[in-house]
Design a protein around this ligand. Structure first.
Ligand code: FAD
Length: 482
């Protein structure tokens, strides 16, 4: 598979009709339907706006933004240095740019965050009033959420019928488009371009973990097709195995499209592996679908009875969770992996989210905010829907009373303890079963491994048994009151 992006790029003559493509969640040239519409129209002005108007609970956090900055450099390289970089309110900037460049068509890829959607609708109207044709395309989802509904016209609330009866019964996803040949309006030296920004130490460290940009996304996909997809269905739950694609940050920034993935896996592994991978892509679809149809879920529980849930507030406990200092090894290893890499395996996201919301009884929004700030693949829809799902208050959620036991989860999904040893070197010398629950090992075993509980690794901050019982009691109370 080609890992290079090879569109033909030329520069516009005067009097060519001008289109402006506003890059947002689509930092790629290949399979970019909105960009293709711009290219078809005439000469293109490619623009990025660092949007300062997104409210904090919808805005991506630091790790995501770090990735974006590097991705823009890669995109700008592919556009031969012609990407314009602005910061501010798109509703003010875009009409200005339309006048400045004599733009007659503006194109962008649809976004799904509630505030952005509302703003986009108003912006499209005001641009149309300026005599500009606005072309918005779905470039980040396999199925447009507006086109999938139950037979009675209402939105699905449960994943399996959404996917089986809604998506799979609808027309197949669009097959991927090639990168369009682009005629560009050259960027004048006086116009703001993309500059690599100086990076803090944590950003440089993250940079050692990832290669960023559209070409890197395709390289990652090729590696996954060669070494990960076969065995995906049975291997995807084991964090130390190579069966998950780690393509989520590339999808989150639109460096690769879900359509490209959907079709790339066809025939590349057993039908079971391919179907399982596509089902995971469909979970991403479901999260966006829910956000479009139930935008209140950004802050409110999907299941209203959870409004009365007695979440606790405890900043000290929350910090211990964030720093990976809970004394529960799989939770701590996961939280340190998240901090170090900006990424966390799905199984571990579920384990740490369950621990926060059930064993610590802290609000899912606290965890959602931390993930928002630390994940390079942060996606409002997937993050909110998944946090609510684990907490038990979401659509099609895991029943609240199903509380993960993190020790059993570690035994099952990190059976040789290698994930724990990678991120908690202080436990690496313990024999495997003791790595899952060091407080159960004899003092002699711990000392022989150089482990001193309460000194170089914490005692558990909660009793797993007692905190489970407390969570179940809290749930029983809201159940009784509704
Ligand atoms: P793969 O197993 O290779 O799956 C391929 C793609 O399918 C992923 O890249 C992703 O786009 C999609 N996908 C897989 N599982 C899920 C899922 N459960 N829900 C939605 N989409 C899925 N994913 C994000 O992209 N951004 C988030 O902010 C995010 N927050 C999460 C928070 C919690 C509490 C939990 C439990 C899950 C969250 N997820 C989120 C979903 C999932 O964990 C990641 O998408 C997945 O781990 C990414 O790794 P991968 O690319 O190797 O996945």
């Amino acid at each position: 598979m080609l890992t290079e992006i090879t569109p033909m790029i030329a520069f516009a003559s005067e009097n060519a009709p001008v289109a402006l493509h506003w890059f947002r969640n689509d930092l790629r040239l290949r399979d970019n339907p909105a960009l293709t519409e711009a290219a078809r129209f005439g000469a293109v002005v490619p623009v990025w706006i660092d949007d300062t108007t997104i409210p904090p609970n919808e805005a991506p956090g630091a790790a995501y933004r770090w990735w974006t900055r590097r991705s823009l450099v890669a995109l700008d390289d592919a556009l031969k240095g012609n990407l314009r970089f602005f910061r501010g309110d798109p509703s003010v900037l875009l009409p200005d740019l339309v006048r400045r460049y004599g733009v007659r068509r503006v194109t962008w890829t649809e976004a799904h965050e509630p505030c952005v959607r509302a703003r986009d609708t108003l912006l499209a109207t005001s641009l149309t009033e300026l005599g500009v044709e606005v072309v918005r395309r779905n470039g980040s989802l396999l199925w447009n959420p507006e086109t999938i509904a139950k037979p009675d016209g209402t939105p699905y609330r449960v994943f399996t019928p959404f996917f089986q009866k809604g998506c799979l019964a609808a027309p197949s996803p669009r097959t991927p488009l090639p990168a369009p040949d682009l005629t560009l309006i050259p960027r004048a030296a006086s116009e703001p371009g993309v500059e690599p920004a100086p990076e803090a130490e944590w950003e440089r460290k993250l940079g050692t973990q990832w290669t960023i940009g559209e070409a890197a996304a395709h390289t990652r996909l090729d590696a996954f097709l060669a070494n990960g997809l076969a065995g995906y269905a049975s291997g995807r739950d084991f964090p130390a195995r190579p069966h998950t694609s780690r393509l989520s940050p590339y999808l989150a920034h639109g460096e690769i499209s879900p359509n490209t993935l959907w079709y790339a896996v066809a025939g590349r592994a057993s039908a079971r592996d391919v179907a399982k991978f596509r089902t995971e892509l469909a979970w991403r679809e479901f999260a966006h679908y829910l956000l479009v149809h139930f935008p209140q879920m950004v802050t409110e529980p999907f299941r209203p009875e959870f409004t009365a849930f007695p979440w606790e507030e405890d900043e000290a406990l929350c910090r211990r969770w964030q720093r990976g200092e809970t004394g529960i090894p799989i939770v701590d290893a996961a939280m340190r992996a998240l901090w170090r890499t900006g990424y966390l395996h799905n199984r571990l996201r579920m384990v740490v989210a369950s621990f926060l919301t059930k064993n610590l009884l802290l609000h899912w929004r606290v965890g959602e905010a931390w993930f928002r700030d630390t994940l390079v693949d942060y996606t409002l829809a997937s993050n909110v829907a998944s946090w609510q799902w684990v907490a038990g208050c979401g659509a099609d959620a895991a029943p609240y009373f199903r509380i993960f036991n993190p020790v059993l989860q570690a035994e099952k999904f990190d059976p040789d303890g290698s994930f724990i040893a990678t991120y908690l070197p202080e436990l690496a010398k313990l024999p495997t079963p003791a790595r899952f629950a060091p407080w159960t090992a004899s003092e002699a075993t711990r000392e022989a491994a150089g482990l001193f509980l309460g000194k170089n690794y914490p005692q558990p901050i909660v009793s797993l048994v007692a905190s489970r019982a407390r969570a179940l009691a809290a749930y029983a109370r809201i159940k009784a009151s509704t």
